[in-house]
Write a protein that binds this ligand. Structure first.
Ligand code: ATP
Length: 373
């Protein structure tokens, strides 16, 4: 049996609560299925910075990066800001340090969850580029000014090639599990030079992957289709800020941020966290929906299983996914989904819905393994 080292960073607000929930599920899986995970805990948060001035450093990230995967809650508080007025969180630093260029955000309508649009057939993977685009200039030096401020959008060929390779690999892997296997680029090449390059590289990579269908929409029209006709999407790939926004619109279609997992990955590192932030408005009340975090933990196991060719890990990921599905189908449901359950009640239900050890349920699992296939 392979053991995995997992670095755990709860962070701020509901990050701490949903990490607790995910650890409860993972520990139950260890006991039930024989998985072995060793945890190290890393206490970086906006709150720690406020209290002590301590921020995550490159040396900290080197240490954390030795783990097989990072499980991350949420970091940032609206009133804790750096000198340039930006919220403090380690996500951007970790993306740069580990070269995490793709954030994979599966969005699927689970049976039992009320959706915000007419479509009943929503099953897509939004891939947000996370190392450049509109966030490329975050480390640029700026003279403070009250009259003008700017940000920089930069797109590079090297990142686009890696990103689109992942998108087409994902479409192929998803096709094996029953989706159409199709990649759509959302962009703005009619107005942004950087996006002209992005579109050009997309066309080149699409031509090399012509067994997989592809399409391109401008981000504005593509966002409208997301609402009017979401079933047209399978894999979406897009620039950093567009992906930030579009992935939350997509999450809104299927029940909201409480059920939207994500994985920030490079070809060597993976940071698994819910798509949501620290949600200070509900923190400490015991009502955060832990589902997104628990599904992110399942994505972590899926990713480890794929990288290490470890069927146990993959099966446990599937077991967690089916326990979540069963819980969403019958309840109890969190308040964000129209129910009355608190965090603990949802966790208890997910644990009790984990399949028996002898028969891990084999379902179509639309989590996300980054492969180089
Ligand atoms: P960030 O930019 O840091 O990702 P955000 O602006 O997307 O943060 P969130 O902290 O994710 O903001 O919260 C957005 C809204 O969604 C809030 O009203 C919050 O209460 C709600 N929300 C987020 N996560 C959950 C959850 N797990 N359960 C229930 N409600 C949630």
């Amino acid at each position: 049996m392979t053991e995995y080292e997992i670095a755990v960073m709860p962070g701020d607000g509901i990050g701490i609560e949903v990490i607790d929930a995910a650890l409860t599920v993972l520990k139950e899986c260890e006991a039930r299925y024989g998985l072995k995970l060793n945890y190290t805990f890393h206490d970086f948060s906006a709150d720690l910075y406020r209290r002590t001035g301590r921020k995550i450093t490159a040396a900290d990230m080197d240490e954390i990066g030795k783990a097989d995967a990072v499980l991350f809650g949420a970091m940032g508080l609206p009133d804790v800001r750096g000198p340039e007025g930006l919220e403090l969180g380690a996500q951007v630093e970790m993306r740069a340090h580990y070269g995490l260029f793709a954030s994979l955000r599966p969005v699927r309508l689970f049976p039992g969850v009320e959706n915000a649009v007419k479509s009943q057939d929503i099953d897509m993977l939004v891939i947000r580029e996370t190392s450049e685009g509109m966030f490329a200039g975050l480390a640029d030096v700026h003279e403070p000014s009250d009259d003008s401020a700017s940000d920089r959008m930069t797109i590079t060929r090297a990142t686009c090639e890696k990103l689109f390779d992942v998108a087409f690999s994902q479409a192929r892997a998803r096709r094996e599990r029953g989706t159409p296997g199709h990649v759509t680029l959302l962009h703005k090449s009619n107005a942004l030079r950087s996006n002209v390059l992005m579109e050009k590289v997309f066309d080149e990579v699409a031509a090399k992957n012509d067994d997989v269908g592809s399409a391109k929409y401008y981000i504005d029209a593509g966002s409208m289709f997301m609402v009017t006709n979401p079933e047209r999407y399978d894999v979406i790939v897009t620039e950093n800020i567009f992906g930030d926004i579009v992935s939350e619109i997509a999450a809104g279609l299927v029940g909201g941020l409480g059920v939207a997992p994500s994985a920030d990955v490079s070809l060597t590192h993976g940071v698994f966290q819910p798509s949501h932030g620290s949600a200070p408005d509900i923190a400490g009340k015991g009502i955060a929906n832990p589902t997104a975090m628990i599904l992110s933990a399942a994505m972590m196991l899926e990713w480890l299983g794929e990288r290490r060719d470890d069927v146990l890990c993959t099966n446990v990921a599937q077991s967690i996914q089916s326990a979540v599905e069963a819980t969403l189908a019958t309840g109890p449901r969190g308040r964000d989904l129209g129910g009355t359950a608190g965090t603990q009640e949802v966790v208890d239900a997910i644990v009790s819905n984990l399949p028996a050890p002898s028969a891990p349920e084999q379902r179509d699992f639309h989590a996300v393994a980054v492969t180089n296939r």
